[in-house]
Design a protein around this ligand. Structure first.
Ligand code: ZN
Length: 520
């Protein structure tokens, strides 16, 4: 909308929207039988971004097969550089689709959103927001189309991409160990553009419920309370209410009935570890939302459900930009030094039972593969059950003031740099009382997961005087990424460098963990 002065009175007129109906996604052109391929997606973005000076097309990195990762910027920016975007002072929202390339509804929804932005719809969002939209994060996985990928999912029947990237890695388990070029690219984007809000679009597997979308805030118990309470107390309930009012569809927190036989019935969320996108973003003190469109709804409905969610997340961020900025700034400014934080966690049961909307499905034969596909039915019923939607520490540690990384543990410096953690190098040998972790025993997982045998160490800290070698990295925990530093470097952390076998050269029973810490 723009204000026009007519004589002495102000009237509001709707800005003319450009007709972009010629610009269609492959999903739309094929009656939602197929999903958009990489090359045509790039073509779509080139045409869309040329329609509106507020839209820009750039790249935020590369896949392992060398495909560029497209990034569409929307906003009043002079160019697409991180410095230009941060200089606007607007709230920065990053939304990605296709981290799992069989879960393609987020990619299609983001293309439709980009077309709407190009047409001039949502022009008002530029008042308080800059958007960064990455419709196709797992680009290589997207091109490996098969009718056998996600074979129970209700379309697209012309096939979809595969879950992992071209290296066989699950990009939604790669935020801590960072073994893929895609994850490096994404974390670089977080360091440089520093979005306040990050959204990750998926499709569910599993339980037959009646929600079109299930969503999740960050789940690690070490997440800043400001972030969790803003999402759970304000943003997500408000968005849920608006979508129910506008579209009549129910959205709720992600969950499943228990997969394990004999487990207590309940609504169980997934995992607290920061290898997952939303949990990682939360430990960086940023607002994260995981979106899971319901796998048994039609492909078209899943795209719409994802699009409605994106639209309302952006409406909310636009209307509450000051709150979003305040929450992120408060979470970032607070030091966690001296707090007792989790290194390992388990589900926490809700105090009261909650209402969960269960649904039902029927099966049909896939029209081309003949595989049995589940299709959402309209019937639904409310069931009362406990919710296991949050996590609590089963083991915790006091957060130290500093970690000390000796020069021989070179790989740690690489990780500090990748994650954007600040440190200084000590120039002279400094005798110091530190805490050193003595390893009583260690074990590795029998299962190879993501090419790695995950490791656990057992032991305890003792205070000792050490001569710190020249070149030791001193990592102060009182910085914006303090929560992440703690989770990465604590030896007992269930998602740190020890867990991901990155410290194996230093781990032996009776030995000493090479990173020291000081409490004060
Ligand atoms: Zn997924």
């Amino acid at each position: 909308m723009c204000a026009l002065l007519v004589g002495s009175s102000t009237v509001l007129v709707r800005a003319q929207e450009t007709d972009l109906s010629f610009l269609t996604t492959r999903a739309e052109r094929t009656g939602f039988l197929e999903t958009t391929r990489y090359d045509e997606l790039i073509g779509f973005l080139e045409v869309a971004t040329a329609q509106n000076p507020r839209l820009h097309l750039t790249s935020f990195g590369y896949s392992s097969e060398g495909r560029s990762l497209p990034l569409v910027i929307f906003g009043d920016v002079s160019d697409t550089s991180p410095s230009a975007i941060r200089a606007t002072g607007r709230v920065r929202v990053y939304i990605q689709g296709n981290i799992h390339a069989g879960e393609v509804c987020g990619k299609e929804a983001l293309l439709m959103m980009i077309r709407d932005l190009a047409s001039g719809r949502y022009a008002a969002w530029a008042d308080s927001l800059v958007l960064m939209l990455a419709p196709i994060y797992n680009v290589d996985g997207n091109e490996r189309i098969s009718l056998m990928n996600r074979r129970r999912q209700n379309g697209p029947y012309g096939g979809m991409g595969q879950r992992p990237n071209a290296q066989g890695l699950d990009l939604n388990r790669d935020h801590m160990k960072v073994k893929s070029p895609e994850a490096r690219s994404l974390i670089r984007l977080m360091n440089e553009y520093d979005p306040h809000v990050l959204v990750d679009l998926h499709t569910t597997n599993g339980t037959q419920h009646a929600y079109h979308i299930t969503y999740s805030p960050p789940l690690n118990p070490n997440t800043a309370p400001e972030i969790s309470s803003f999402l759970r107390g304000n943003m997500l309930p408000e968005i849920t209410r608006i979508i129910q009012e506008k579209h009549g569809w129910d959205y709720y927190y992600y969950g499943n009935l228990p997969f394990r036989q004999g487990a207590e019935p309940g609504w169980y969320t997934f995992d607290h570890r920061p290898r997952f996108n939303n949990n990682y973003v939360g430990l960086r003190n940023r607002i994260a939302i995981l979106s899971e469109a319901y796998a048994y709804a039609s492909f078209e409905d899943r795209i719409r459900a994802s699009l409605y969610f994106v639209e309302e997340i952006l409406n909310y961020s636009h209307a509450h930009a000051m709150d979003v900025r305040r929450v992120v700034e408060e979470a970032s400014a607070k030091s966690v030094v001296g707090e007792q934080l989790a290194v390992r966690s388990d589900y926490e049961r809700s105090p009261e039972e909650v209402d969960i909307l269960m649904g039902e499905t029927h099966t049909i034969a896939h029209p081309f593969s003949g595989e049995m596909v589940r299709v959402r039915g309209e019937a639904q019923r409310t069931e009362r059950m406990f919710e296991y939607g949050t996590f609590t520490a089963t083991e915790s540690e006091r957060v130290p003031a500093r970690y000390y990384v000796p020069p021989r543990a070179e790989i740690v410096r690489e990780y500090l740099d990748i994650h954007g953690i600040e440190y200084r190098e000590s120039s002279a040998d400094e005798p110091l009382i530190v805490q050193s972790f003595t390893i009583d025993s260690t074990s590795v997982s029998l299962r190879i997961f993501q090419d790695i045998r995950e490791r656990t160490v057992y032991g305890s800290y003792v205070s000792t005087e050490k001569e710190l070698e020249s070149g030791t990295l001193v990592v102060p925990v009182d910085q914006q990424l303090g929560r992440l530093i703690f989770y990465l470097l604590e030896p007992r952390s269930d998602d740190g460098l020890v867990n991901w076998a990155q410290m194996d050269a230093f781990i032996e029973t009776g030995g000493e963990y090479p990173i020291y810490r000081s409490i004060d």
